[in-house]
Each structure stands twice: as C-alpha cells, then as structure tokens.
Design a protein around this ligand. Structure first.
Ligand code: SF4
Length: 701
C-alpha cells in the first residue's frame, strides 16, 4: 500500500489527509496527524472521500474522455483531446476576432488549485485580453474580501485557528460551523470544555447545531446584522466599553460611525432584529469585556445585498473594543471552499489581480504585465458572476468556459442562468463528474482530474498553504485543469500573439506556482520564502512568508499597524438596509438557504456516497410549526413553493428551529438528485429556482 499526503478537497478548513492506494487505485483516506488544521481528525465528508474514488464511481460518474457536439441540436459525441482543443481554440479565435475579447467569459471555482487558477487567469487576461474571469467564490467570499480591504487595508484574515485556544468569547455570526466547518468546531468544543468560562454567542435566524452549543443565541431576523452591530456598538459606547486608547492610536473615522450608532439604540436594534434588548446588551458586554473575543463568520454576512456593510459593521466592533491583533482576538472570516483563498491570492476574479492587486490600478496592471511578459493587461472592467450570466443572457458574452462548478444549479435565479447558457454560441465545461445540470448545456466537455489525481497547492481560511498531491493517475483521459488550459492556450497563441514566445511554457504545476509566487513578492501576502521543497519538508505554512523568514505569521496587526498607507484601520459608517426583497401579502414567508451536515455544494462528489444520505435523504422545506395550521399544512405534505422567479414542489416538515414566518431549504439539491435526470427543458427543482440575484454594490456578492 502506498501513502500520499494531501489536502481534503471539500471545505476551507483545509484538513490534511493521507491517501492510501494500491495498484493505481485509491483504497482509503485517513486524517493526517501532523497537519495543523486537523491533527488527524476528519469529518463525515473527509473520511468518506475514498468512496468517491471507488471503481463503480469511476465507471459511472466520472467524465473519462473529451466530448463534443458540433451543433447545439446534435448529440454529444466522444472525441479526442486534439480535436476538442482545436475546436475550442478555433471557436475562441473566431468569436474574439468578430466580437472582441469581452465576448468571452470564464467562470471558474474555489475548488481549483492555485496553479489551475493561475493558468486560467493568464489565459483570460494575458492571452484573450479580458477581465471577464470570475469564480464561484464570488458567491462565497467577496464581501469578506472587500470588508477586509475597506476596514483593514488589505484582504487578509488577521486571525488563525489557534486563536480558538486563546479566545474568551467566540462570536459566531451567519455561520453554522458545527455542520459547515466541523473540524474547526471540534476545536471550539475542546476549547470550551477545557475553559468553561468561555462565552459562545451565535447570531443566526435558525436555531442550528452551533446555536444549540452557544451560551447565547441571538435569533435575528434574516438580513438584520448591520442593525445588530450598530446596536451592539451603541451599547458599548453607552456603557463605557470602548477601547478609546486603541481607537485614538490605531484608527480613523470613529466620529462618523459614532454619529450613526447614536441613532440605533439597543431597543431599536432589538426591535429590528426581532430579539430581546437584554440579550443584545449581554452580547455587547461579553464581546467588549472578554479579555479576547474572536468572531467567526461566513455566508450569513457575506452572501447578502449588503454583504460588505455586514462585514465592516462586525470589524467596526472589533476595532472599537480593541479586540484585534492579540491571541484569541480578531475578526475571522471562514472560507467555504478549499481554495477560495488561493483564488484571491492569484487574483482569479474580475475585481482582483495577482498578489492582491487591483485591475483598476494602472500601475498594478503594468506590474503583472511585466511579470508575465505581455505588453499590457486589459483595463476594461470585468464582469462578476451574476453580471457575466446576465450579459450572456443579453447575447453580449458569447462563449462561457466553465470549470469545476455547476452554475445551472448553483447560481441564483436559475431561469435567467439557463437562458444565458442556451443563448451562448459555445459553452465549454471542464468537469470531473458527469451529469451535472450544466453539462446539459455544454457544447464541449473537457474531462478533468480531481483530488488524489492532481498536484499543486491550496490555501485554507487561516492563510495556510498546503500541498495537494497525486496518489494515482487520472482515470481515462482526464487531465489536470492547468494542463487543459495550457493546451488550448498553446493552440490559440499563434493566432492572438503570432511570433511571440509562449506564455504557457509549463510542464509541471510547480512552474505555475513559482510564477504566482513572484507576483506576491513585496506584497502583504509575500510568499517569496516558500517553495514546494519547503512545504514538502516542513509541512503547510501560513503567509506572509517572505524570503529569509523562518516561519509564517500566525496572526496579523499585533503591532497595531494596519495595512492602509497611514497604518490605521478605518471605521466604516454604513447604515442598516433591509434585505433587497421583502415579504408582502403575496409572498409572506422569507426563505433562507442552508447547508446539510454531510453534503457538499451541488452534491456532484458527496452525492455518490450513499452513507452521506443517512443524515438527510431528500430535499425538505422546513417551516415553523406555528405557521402551518393556519395554512392547512401538516408534516409530510407536498407543498408548492413559489417566489417571484420560480416555483418548485417539495416535502414539508415543521421545525421549531426555523423562525416564525420563515422557511428553510438546503442549498445542495438540484434536479439530477431530485428527479434522477437532468437536462434542458427539465423543470427547475433546486433552491435556486427561487432565489434572487441581487448583489452587494461593493463586493458584487
Ligand atoms: Fe474536509 Fe472540511 Fe471535513 Fe476537514 S472539515 S475533513 S476540510 S470537509
């Protein structure tokens, strides 16, 4: 038996795994006891990873060879890499020639490795010449990115997992880590068991497993987080709980925020949030008076039409109470996907450039152009996720290259997304699993390697870079994502850059990583002191890790100096705004979407493991039982659920953990898991038939 150290491909906790393989097949997975993210533990998803590589899965669910259909109406046929690569290159060249570079869009994924991200970014920006490259991380992280930048100066989570061992108060907001980040939550449970005086506050419209664990559950109404934070700040001001010396020495903008908070009394905030004032006051005291307060937050803050305001409102609280830059203290965004952080570092999103640079900054564009050996990078703004699909629906984006994600299930307002995919002249789908909802709209399918078959790196929530290693060769004709990109790019270069040296002279993943590393030199995330060899020898490392450093930095801003040019953090004064869509007489229930304990995203991987359905086996709409009798509803009824955009039919269950006048639906289910068949013309069945595409004006999330 061979053993190969790698990283779990599911969530942003980034647990180390040891892959067991025999005769070219994966036979088992166990936790890596030396990995500092998990010390050998794995959750239900991680510990069943090997079952997603079982022979029956490889035969029935994996994409094993390139596929092509010459016409939209023609059936998809097996093809060769040479033929599909040439077809893609020819079509890209023709569309770019006729309609310009911005008629092409790339929609990629936080599941990709850093090296894959880099290859896509270079293809889009340096060769095609468009900033139309965005990632499903837009739906996951971009409000955290912009929140950090506005408040602290750069996109860098200041805290680390070890801070759970030092925190005296843990404020969990818009997150259910008991299910979504389980191994991190085990660490919180252990910390609380060893120090029972630690206070845990959970802010969530639902009574989740995390809320059950908490000392205080603030069951706010959906979307009212900014009002809550302003009310907490008001209480801190009124009760003399501010860290005034810290505010004076290390921040700017407090007067404006104080004026805003003055108008949000605790009583008013409690009324808006639907909680008791006494609970809010208790939370304010624990947050401010604990020796060290750590916040953990995720989609409840990020995935919102006021996502950035929610992030900055929470960071404001940390700054005002001096709860930052010390062991156990700080705002700490949890990443959903395994490499959403790596995508941010590489700049594989429309609003970012490599090394935490800005595509709107001419000097930043020039720096990357020089590093990559091109004359210039495009300056036209790129389209973010929802914008990209809206542009495709209007006929402006004609080619979509989608990698490692399933937008026909996972983007909001599915009717619009599917119109967009139908209208495109060419949809390229780079995937490892067959039968996703998006596959039905693809003209070209490029079979990709997945975990256990590819080599590279990822960065987890605490800025820790871990190696991903191949234990076996990819099945069939599947290839690593960066290789797929490179091979098409090499065919396109003679057309778009005739007579110039290749930009894609990569034979190994390390060559891509080294190019990315150079883009970080001298920046806040400098990893010029790292190498594959060092990571292989010493294990995963946190950034920054500049040349000459002996180790990375566990937490940031310990010297009180922030990353803005003046060294000061900024208070951001943004008022509370209600959800973009309100309930009314015709649509009287608010819908929240949520995660299940044992499933991942659209289930293309976790959905092949039967034991992961033991916890929850079918899509169910949950409602507060008090709301059911007056509508003549009871447990087990089939109900028609309608929003302003779509309609689905589901089983109903009463659940007192869901707030009054609210309903909850897990996000994972899509048509192939509900109906057993996917494809064009099939009815919409997942949560995103109902959801709306409004986004935060700052983060576009
Ligand atoms: Fe994988 Fe996340 Fe579970 Fe760790 S907590 S084993 S990274 S899914």
């Amino acid at each position: 038996m061979l053993e190969t150290k790698s990283t779990c491909p599911y969530c942003g906790v980034g647990c180390g795994i040891i892959i067991e393989s025999e005769a070219g097949a994966i036979t088992g997975v166990r936790g890596d006891p030396e990995h500092p993210a998990n010390f050998g533990r794995l959750c239900s998803k991680g510990s069943t990873l090997h079952l997603t590589a079982a022979p029956v899965v490889l035969q029935t669910r994996r994409l094993l060879q390139p596929m092509l259909r010459a016409e939209r109406t023609a059936p998809m046929k097996a093809s060769s890499w040479d033929a599909v690569n040439q077809h893609v290159a020819d079509k890209l060249a023709a569309v770019i020639g006729e309609h310009g570079p911005d008629s092409v869009g790339f929609y990629i994924s936080g599941q990709l490795l850093t090296e894959d991200y880099h290859a896509f970014n270079k293809l889009a920006r340096a060769l095609v010449g468009t900033n139309n490259i965005d990632s499903n991380s837009r739906l996951c992280m971009s409000s955290a990115v912009v929140g950090y930048k506005q408040s602290l100066g750069v996109d860098a989570p200041p805290a680390c997992y070890e801070d759970l061992d030092h925190a005296d108060c843990v404020f969990i907001s818009g997150a259910n880590p008991a299910w979504a980040h389980p191994i991190l939550f085990r660490r919180l449970e252990a910390a609380k068991a060893s120090r029972p005086a630690m206070k845990v506050i959970v802010v969530d419209p639902r009574r989740t497993e995390s809320a059950e664990f908490a000392d205080l559950h603030l069951q706010i109404l959906p979307g009212t987080d900014v009002a809550l934070c302003l009310g907490l700040l008001h209480a801190c001001i009124w009760d003399g709980l501010l860290a005034q010396p810290f505010i004076d020495a290390h921040t700017t903008g407090f007067a404006e925020l104080k004026a805003l908070a003055r108008d949000m009394t605790p009583a008013q905030a409690a009324r808006i949030c639907g909680i008791k004032e006494v609970e809010l006051l208790q939370a304010a005291r624990w947050f401010a008076q604990s020796p060290a307060t750590l916040s953990l937050y995720c989609q409840g803050l990020n995935q919102s039409s006021s996502g950035t305001a929610k992030n900055t409102a929470l960071i404001n609280l940390h700054l005002a109470t001096g709860q930052i830059g010390r062991p156990g203290a700080g705002p700490f965004s949890l990443t959903g996907q395994p490499n959403a952080m790596g995508g941010r570092e590489v700049g594989g999103m429309a609003t970012l450039l490599p090394g935490h640079r800005d595509p709107n900054d001419a000097a930043h564009r020039a720096e990357i152009a020089a590093l990559w050996g091109v004359d210039a990078l495009p300056s036209r703004p790129g389209k973010t996720a929802v914008e990209l699909f809206e542009a495709a629906a209007r006929g402006e984006v004609k080619v979509l290259w989608i990698a490692c994600t399933n937008p026909a299930q996972s983007l909001p307002d599915q009717a619009l997304v599917r119109r967009a995919l139908e209208r495109c002249e060419l949809v390229i789908l780079q995937e490892c699993f067959a039968g996703t909802a998006t596959a039905a709209y693809a003209d070209v399918i490029l079979p990709a390697a997945t975990w256990g078959e590819k080599d590279g790196s990822v960065t987890n929530s605490e800025r820790r870079i871990s190696r991903v290693r191949a234990a076996i060769a990819p099945p069939g004709e599947a290839r690593s994502d960066w290789q797929i990109v490179r091979d098409v790019a090499r065919l396109l270069e003679p057309v778009l850059r005739p007579g110039r040296a290749s930009l894609f002279d990569f034979e190994r993943s390390e060559a891509l990583w080294l190019e990315h590393r150079e883009a970080t030199r001298g920046r806040d995330l400098d990893i010029s002191g790292l190498s594959y060899a060092l990571l292989d020898r010493d294990g995963p490392q946190q950034w920054p890790f500049p040349e000459g450093a002996l180790k990375g930095r566990a937490r940031l801003y310990e010297d009180g100096r922030f990353a803005a040019p003046d060294g000061r953090a900024r208070f951001i004064a943004k008022p509370y705004q209600a959800c973009a869509e309100q309930v009314d007489a015709r649509f009287p229930l608010g819908l929240t979407t949520s995660r299940m304990r044992d499933q991942w995203h659209g289930m293309s991987r976790s959905g092949v493991v039967s034991r992961l359905f033991g916890h929850s086996g079918a899509p169910v709409l949950r409602m507060n039982p008090q709301d059911m009798p007056r509508r003549g509803l009871k447990d087990g009824d089939l109900v028609r659920v309608r929003s302003r955009r779509g309609e689905i039919t589901l089983l109903l269950l009463g659940d007192a953990d869901v707030g009054a006048a609210q309903a909850d639906l897990a996000m994972h289910w899509g048509q192939e898991f509900v109906s057993g068949r996917g494809g064009q013309g099939q009815p919409l069945l997942g949560a995103n038939a109902l959801t709306q595409p409004a986004f935060c004006p700052d983060s576009k999330q």
